[in-house]
Design a protein around this ligand. Structure first.
Ligand SMILES: [Zn+2]
Length: 647
């Protein structure tokens, strides 16, 4: 008997049923027409939840949800990185098929349906409340949301000190306001009757208690034909609430800090804020016909395997996530079969009785999936930003296989800390898992080059401790020296330098970046980061020298050429700047910043026709860019003056 059926039997016995009639924890369409509350807590380690065995009492809200719903003991993210992980949650696909592999430099393809686009089409009103710039609307997750609230502070004084996240208290307040819609009233109607929230009451397990005035509004909109506007005003809702606080920097409000590590304090604070939201919604009966899904996008290493934060490795400290499904008609129990983020979309849609899009990677786990299903994961940021070996792998049953120059296999059942790599003695299993991984990779669409990052995006990501993916040409072969296990110390030092820069200690940051460049001359982001520090200190000539000193293999690296162009312009060498920027563009850099810089350089050089072409190209992409219109106007003005002078 596998672990899942054992669980179900225990549950069935507890409920007084015979073991032959297991009680399903989730049932298809049981929440037909119900609301969906998706809570993603950023950087939340699974082992911090009481429900997962933590004894420090950090997460009473999540523990309460777990005890009233289904807890998945082995749930996995597909990538320990915010944007790729959330994209999987919202699309039902792994990064291999949704194509988003890193923060900042990828954008979800317009053609891929999301939970929001599907539910909106089914009459839901849809709202997202995100806590950090990494999930800004520009990265493509906003499609399908009536309300995409990414209102963290956008402007601060210095380009490198941007505040790009907001506390959970603000996010849950905005989400609660939107869900309860004070404008339509959240008090129960005077003489409630069973609403037709469930479009097929017979299959929804009996009449639904009236939730609020909202429910009345729903009935009204459906009975009046369910116009799009009516549905928008009061239909069932889908809210996605993203709480960023456990992410670095760990700076929870003082009331949560006493006696706790800074990270634990953030976890406790975030859980308390989620508790406030659920209490508020519960008091307004807004959760009466609602499925609540709570998970993390990924965990945090906190020193495990030598990594402080997340993104480099894919051990369970960051890859395993808590996952809880709770709500009206959801059973109580524990599921041990491995599941993954790409299962969430099809599962949620099946619960609320909405057809799922075709060609998903994940599957609905309303019926338990096979225990030995191979689940894909990756951690490609270091490959994309530093040209280190790409990390991919699979979890299958109790086994994890990590495909690197120095491959790894762990038996997660006997070695949950992944401390004993048994790849040598598991040759046969290695072949099997490698084949499973190859199949999953082949079914995807390959890793496209990142689109390029403008300086504004790069600065905001830096403020969150990320570097945006460069456009380093991917190498074809990697050896042991490129294995992230061998490079984790460099990774730590890079992050430390980044932090020093953000904290206003440019000298320390510079010496940190330069030391990395000396040690590993092909570490592109260390080199360009050092150049950035030099340029902010008005040392353009030193930045130029450093960028020109790159290894021959990176002579055509678009990111280095782009930075060189910026430095040359800063030094007043417009012709040199234009040449470097042209080469960067020719090497595939599609970054809007390149076009703008080139346009400005051409204009300053009196090359009016080329300047005009650059700005028109930019307006073709973003017709509302005021700065571009302004630049184009200046170009036309100077062209007119040149003409007039010629006459
Ligand atoms: Zn994250």
């Amino acid at each position: 008997m596998n672990r899942l059926s054992a669980t179900i039997v225990v549950l069935a016995l507890a409920l007084g049923c015979t073991p032959r009639e297991p009680v399903p924890l989730l049932q298809s369409g049981h929440l037909r027409g119900g609301n969906v509350l998706l809570v993603t807590i950023d950087t939340l380690r699974r082992d911090r939840l009481g429900a997962y065995g933590n004894g420090r009492g950090l997460t009473p809200t999540l523990d309460r949800l777990a005890s009233s719903g289904v807890r998945y003991t082995h749930a996995y993210s597909h990538a320990p990185m915010t944007l790729p992980a959330h994209t999987s949650i919202l699309t039902g696909r792994t990064p291999r098929t949704h194509g988003v592999h890193a923060n900042g430099s990828f954008r979800l393809d317009e053609g891929i349906p999301t939970l929001a686009t599907v539910l909106k089409r089914s009459g839901y009103r849809t709202g997202a409340f995100v806590g950090a710039f990494v999930l800004d609307a520009r990265f493509g997750l906003s499609r399908g949301f009536d309300e995409y609230d990414d209102r963290y502070p956008h402007e601060t004084d210095a380009a490198t000190f941007r505040v790009t996240d907001r506390r959970a208290a603000e996010v849950v307040k905005a989400a609660g306001d939107w869900i309860l819609r004070p404008d339509t009233g959240s008090d129960p109607p005077a003489s409630p009757s069973p609403p037709s929230l469930a479009r097929d009451p017979a299959s929804s397990g009996g009449p639904v208690r009236p939730a609020s005035a909202k429910a009345t509004a729903v009935r009204r909109s459906f009975s009046e034909g369910g116009s799009a506007e009516g549905a928008k005003a009061g239909g069932p809702w889908f809210a996605w609430v993203h709480l960023f606080d456990p992410h670095t920097p760990y700076d929870a409000p003082a009331a949560y800090r006493a006696g706790r590590s800074p990270y634990d304090a953030e976890v406790a604070y975030t859980d308390a804020m989620l508790g406030q939201l659920l209490d508020r919604l519960g008091a307004a009966h807004a959760l009466d016909h609602t499925v609540i899904i709570a998970t993390a996008d990924h965990g945090e290493s906190l020193g495990d395997h030598g990594e402080t934060t997340h993104g480099l490795f894919a051990y369970d400290s960051t890859l395993a996530v808590p996952l809880i499904v709770s709500g009206a008609t959801v059973g109580r129990g524990i599921v041990d079969v491995p599941v993954a983020h790409d299962d969430l979309l099809p599962t949620i849609l099946e619960l609320v009785g909405v057809a799922a899009p075709a060609n998903l990677d994940g599957q609905s786990v309303v019926r338990p999936p096979a225990a030995d299903r191979a689940l894909y994961f990756e951690a490609l940021e270091a490959n994309l930003t530093r040209a280190w070996a790409p990390l991919t792998g699979v979890v299958a049953g109790d086994w994890k296989y990590i495909d690197l120059p120095l491959p790894e296999i762990y038996d997660l059942r006997t070695d949950p800390g992944e401390e004993r790599n048994i790849v040598e003695r598991e040759n046969v299993r290695r072949d099997t898992l490698q084949r499973a991984l190859a199949r999953l990779v082949a079914s995807g669409r390959g890793v496209a080059a990142p689109a390029g990052v403008d300086d504004d995006v790069a600065a905001r990501l830096r403020a969150l401790g990320y570097t945006a993916a460069s456009q380093a040409p991917p190498r074809q072969t990697y050896g042991a020296a490129d294995d992230p296990k061998r490079l984790v110390a460099l990774n730590e030092r890079f992050n430390w330098a980044l932090e020093a820069f953000n904290a206003g200690r440019p000298a320390e940051a510079l010496s940190g970046f330069l030391a990395l460049v000396r040690e590993r001359p092909d570490f592109i982001t260390a080199r360009t980061s050092a150049a950035t520090v030099l340029m902010t200190g008005n040392r353009a000539a030193d930045a130029i020298a450093l960028l020109r000193d790159r290894p021959a293999s990176q002579a055509a690296a678009p990111e280095i050429l782009a930075k060189l162009g910026a430095a040359l312009r800063g030094a007043g060498d417009l012709k040199g700047a234009a040449t470097a920027l042209e080469r960067s563009r020719a090497a595939g850099n599609q970054n809007p910043e390149i076009f703008n810089d080139l346009g400005v350089a051409y204009a300053q050089l009196g090359r009016v026709g080329e300047a005009r072409a650059m700005f028109h190209e930019l307006l073709g992409r973003d017709p509302n860019a005021a700065g571009t219109w302004n630049n184009l106007g200046l170009v036309e003005l100077s062209a007119h003056q040149l003409d007039a002078a010629a006459d």
